[in-house]
Design a protein around this ligand. Structure first.
Ligand SMILES: [Zn+2]
Length: 172
């Protein structure tokens, strides 16, 4: 975890999570451990205050790493918008050698557990695309790009949600 009060956790912004936002790193060389190290060192800057990126979990094919508590706001989606203020951020790794299908499955499983723990409904599991970024062109990011169809949610995203729902129902 990133140290309390450090870098992206500066100001410790409390949160009751209402959404889960799914991303992919678009980093083809770094896996979850390298992302964790970068977050802990404050190596990922935003160019906006408070200046450091942070999110809650990074998922690889075989494990996930948590970077901050789920009751604290991250900085991963939409600057000062509801995506950051109200959602748990999950990044899927896409480094070479990391199995994508297994990463997506593990992400679906983690998402289901987080829904259960926080009382979040499936309709509030959203891709980063869902949150427009003020001042950006285009405002809606093609993220996670490999679960979008022509840059927006479609059949692939619905397929992911059905995997989340599959795991969620197994928890009940
Ligand atoms: Zn994203």
């Amino acid at each position: 975890m990133v140290r309390k009060g450090a870098y992206g956790r500066r100001g410790a912004r409390p949160m009751t999570p209402r959404f889960i936002t799914i991303h992919s790193t678009q980093n083809y060389t770094a896996g979850a451990e390298r992302h964790a190290t970068a977050l802990k060192r404050g190596a990922l800057r935003t160019g906006q205050r408070p200046g450091y990126l942070i999110w809650h979990f990074t998922v690889e094919a075989r494990f996930a790493i948590q970077h901050m508590p789920t009751n604290e706001q991250g900085i991963h989606a939409d600057f000062d918008g509801p995506g950051n203020h109200l959602s748990i951020g999950i990044e899927m790794c896409e480094n070479r050698g990391n199995d994508r299908a297994a990463t997506v499955e593990r992400t679906a499983m983690l998402t289901a557990v987080l829904m259960k723990k926080n009382g979040i409904p499936l309709c509030n599991v959203v891709p980063h695309y869902h949150w427009p970024r003020k001042g950006k062109h285009p405002p809606n990011k093609n993220c996670p790009h490999f679960l979008m169809d022509n840059g927006r949610p479609g059949a692939k995203w619905r397929g992911f949600l059905s995997r989340v729902n599959y795991y969620y129902r197994r928890l009940e």
